[in-house]
Ligand binder design. Structure first.
Ligand SMILES: Nc1ncnc2c1ncn2[C@@H]1O[C@H](COP(=O)(O)OP(=O)(O)O)[C@@H](O)[C@H]1O
Ligand SMILES: N[C@@H](CCC(=O)OP(=O)(O)O)C(=O)O
Length: 383
């Protein structure tokens, strides 16, 4: 851990291509006073600069409840869950409207994505959310993500968009997760309560001593405090994503981070992205089925680093759903890869040996041309 300003900071976000940027309620609503148009304009400007430089950016924005409370004319945040949900539904309108207009002024289209933690836990929804987000990013559209507060209760109680941002970073395997908040970063203790607290410049994400430093929210508008940010950084590191916690009003913070400047607290991921993905597949998911592929497909997967297309599939064993993990076997039976399958077993049987152009005609719908996309595939024993 590096708390001394004199010690050189060794990690940076230079070269990061895919970014998730999260902003907290107190910043977005100027401490609950109402949507801060200037701040949102500033971040939009910075996002436009990143995209201009070839980056992809997902925005995760809190502030719906705080804005809804203001729009409904309530003097303070309610405690009842239905009232919080109602406030979020009202405030979300203003929130996305403001992002849309500010991004549009900078020539960028935006999209609203409302997610719950449960959406990421369900493998089919996980694949759908991933496909939607990656498609938007390919089109240079900026997804603006928030929790789907209408349908969740636990998430409202913990109010945890720090974690949601990390889940999105896992989902799209972001290079960088930037959490913008009302402090310059992590201190060894809550600086609002302890004036002697030292600034933490960098540390490896997931180190247990970081959790001991982090306290709860410092304002009545924010919810998670530093602890959820530290835990979110640990989670992001699981997919090889490094996290920076920085002050949201730091001038030009995002482009400066992209240029490699040391701003805020850098919580770096110890494992590289590709290795992290392999580990995740190996550890977290149970095999639900098996398919055999022909020699041509084996070559494409093992040496070519390509996706698996239905045309190379010769046999489908077991019952599985879209999003399940299946093993891919060579004609001799040995497992060569495993990955998240885009079609259920019954559909795989119908499209096996067929060109992808026939999927829509055979199934009545076409999710993706690949049976397993190469991003969701890990070659067994390969690099
Ligand atoms: N060790 C720490 N370092 C910095 N801030 C801390 C620490 N522990 C607790 N905090 C508090 O966390 C607050 C930021 O979290 P929160 O209010 O939830 O913001 P946001 O709305 O941006 O998520 C800070 O204002 C600060 O008072
Ligand atoms: N979905 C809620 C998010 C609450 C939340 O996590 O807030 P914060 O701790 O300020 O990031 C909202 O938009 O109000």
């Amino acid at each position: 851990m590096n708390t001394a300003a004199a010690e050189p900071v060794s990690h940076s976000l230079k070269g990061a291509r895919r970014w998730v940027v999260k902003v907290g309620s107190s910043l977005v609503t100027d401490g609950g006073k109402g949507l801060d148009a200037t701040a949102i304009a500033t971040w939009s400007e910075q996002i436009a600069a990143l995209i201009e430089g070839g980056a992809e950016v997902v925005m995760v924005s809190s502030g719906a409840i705080a804005e809804g409370v203001k729009r409904l004319g309530w003097r303070k945040r309610p405690t009842g869950i239905p009232e919080l949900q109602a406030a979020a539904a009202v405030g979300q309108m203003g929130l996305v409207h403001m992002y849309e207009s500010q991004l549009k002024e900078r020539g960028l289209a935006s999209a609203q994505i409302l997610l719950t933690h449960a959406d990421m836990a369900d493998r089919e929804r996980y694949l759908n959310a991933r496909a939607t987000l990656l498609t938007l990013l390919r089109m240079r559209v900026v997804p603006v993500v928030n929790e789907n507060d209408t349908v969740v209760t636990d998430e409202i109680k913990v109010g945890d968009n720090d974690t949601l941002g990390a889940l999105v970073a896992n989902l799209i395997e972001a290079d960088a997760y930037v959490i913008l908040t009302d402090q310059p970063g992590l201190y060894t203790a809550d600086p609002r309560k302890n004036p002697d607290a030292q600034f933490v410049h960098e540390a490896q994400a997931g180190r247990p001593e970081l959790e001991a430093m982090a306290g709860g929210a410092g304002s009545s508008v924010g919810t998670g405090g530093m602890l959820t940010k530290i835990l979110a950084a640990r989670r992001a590191a699981g997919s090889g994503t490094s996290t920076v916690i920085a002050w949201g009003r730091e001038p030009d913070v995002l482009p400066r981070l992209a240029r490699g400047e040391a701003i805020g607290t850098h919580l770096y991921a110890a494992t590289a992205k590709h290795a992290a993905r392999k580990q995740w597949m190996a550890n977290h998911l149970q095999l639900r089925g098996r398919i055999t592929v022909d020699d041509g497909a084996v070559r494409q997967l093992v040496s070519g680093g390509k996706s698996l297309l239905p045309i190379g599939v010769t046999q489908v064993v077991g019952e599985f759903q879209r999003g399940d993990v299946i093993a891919v076997c060579a004609p001799g039976g040995q497992e060569i890869a495993r990955g998240l399958v885009n079609y259920a077993s019954a559909e795989c049987r119908l499209i096996a040996r067929k060109p992808s152009s026939q999927i829509a005609a055979l199934l009545g719908h076409a999710q993706e041309p690949e049976l397993i996309h190469r991003d969701n595939l890990t070659v067994v024993g390969g690099g």
